[in-house]
Design a protein around this ligand. Structure first.
Ligand code: TLP
Length: 345
């Protein structure tokens, strides 16, 4: 039985066009800067986001890590949300590998950081305290429901950061989902930030890779850090080829995933025992919980029963699920997922 895999958009397989492009890709040694496919992907990505330069990295985690380390030195502090992916799910890499201290402030329900909270978290010039160096945002915000942060808000944080001589980094793993949901060009969303990471390997279906973008100086520093992290790759053009297809063909179709997430949510909302998060889905993620009075075990137990029906879902806490739509989830799969929930509940 083929599974309907709604655990994440990270599970996406490369498309046939990507596999073909990978097989045909011209390649070279990227540590010498000689991989034509990789150079082309980096140029395309920088141009697409209106930044001067770009760097291909193996993962979103490495993109954020190399980006933050390129902005901060040991003992510096980064202000981030208490639900930020970098804080929750990147294995503490910024502290473990970069000696960067983190100051977590509450993420609001809409994924934003309150401007006053950011302002109060900025350290005074005092030898007892770390030096505030950077603010990071996440767009779309994963743990806040896949919600998109708008241009006006991002500009306001950019202005605040500049006023305090801080840099601003964006974890834009799903930046193009945010742009699609807001109906804006991704360029506008990243214009106020100094650096941004976006992922090719999530909704855009490439098998591997993310891109870090910023100024030439910044990317020059990040390039050395990528090498220190062991992320200098050789004939990575085979991966870049899939990334090029992703940028050329997979961005414009993301609204289809958002539409299917809405159909999925509408279907699940009819099933007694399930409570959908208010406003879900904002993009391609549906968040829902088991109702307090539903006597059917934990989310993990329900997930196992759904798996027996061929439907894989993400469990995010004791009674809560995350379901993510992507290229390989069609209308039929949405219908089957709803039926499986109905059968199990
Ligand atoms: N997120 C994964 C899990 O790690 C939770 C997922 O399934 O959503 N930033 C954001 C906002 C992300 O959601 C992720 C992956 C990353 C960074 C890290 O990307 P990778 O997995 O490429 O290191």
């Amino acid at each position: 039985m083929t599974s309907i895999d709604l655990r994440s958009d990270t599970v996406t397989q490369p498309t046939p066009a990507m596999r073909e492009a990978m097989a045909q890709a011209p390649v070279g040694d990227d540590v010498y800067g000689e991989d034509p496919s990789l150079n082309r992907l980096q140029e395309m990505a920088a141009a697409r986001l209106g930044k001067k330069a770009a760097l291909f990295v193996p993962s979103g985690t490495m993109g954020n890590l190399a980006g933050i380390l390129a902005h901060c030195t040991r003992g510096d502090e980064v202000i981030l949300g208490n639900k930020a992916h970098t804080f929750l799910f990147e294995a503490g890499g910024i502290s473990a590998l970069g000696g960067v201290h983190s100051c977590q402030i509450p993420n609001q329900e809409d994924g934003t950081l309150d401007l006053d909270d950011i302002r109060s978290a900025i350290r005074p010039d005092d030898a007892h305290q770390p030096v505030t160096c950077l603010v990071t945002l996440e767009n779309t915000h994963n743990r806040c429901g896949g919600v998109a942060l708008d241009v006006k808000y991002t500009r306001a944080v950019g202005k605040l950061a500049r006023e305090h001589d801080l840099r601003l980094h964006l974890d834009g793993a799903r930046l193009f989902n945010a742009a699609a949901a807001l109906g804006v060009d991704a360029k506008e969303l990243v214009e106020p930030v100094d650096s941004v990471t976006f992922c090719l390997s999530k909704g855009l279906c490439a098998p591997v890779g993310s891109i870090l973008c910023g100024s030439r100086d910044f990317i020059h520093r990040a390039h050395r850090i990528r090498k220190q992290l062991g992320g200098g790759m050789r004939q990575a053009g085979v991966l870049a080829a899939a990334g090029i297809v992703a940028l050329e063909t997979m961005v414009e179709r993301l609204p289809e995933d958002h539409k299917r997430a809405r159909s999925l949510a509408q279907g699940l909302a009819q099933i007694p025992g399930l409570v959908l998060d208010p406003g879900t889905p904002h993009t391609n993620m549906v968040f829902l919980s088991l109702a307090d009075d539903a006597q059917i075990g934990t989310a993990s137990q329900v997930a196992r029963r759904l798996a027996d029906q061929g439907v894989l879902v993400g469990v995010v806490s004791e009674r809560r699920f995350r379901l993510v739509t992507h290229y390989w989830i069609d209308d039929e799969a949405v219908g089957q997922a709803i039926s499986a929930f109905r059968a199990v509940l």
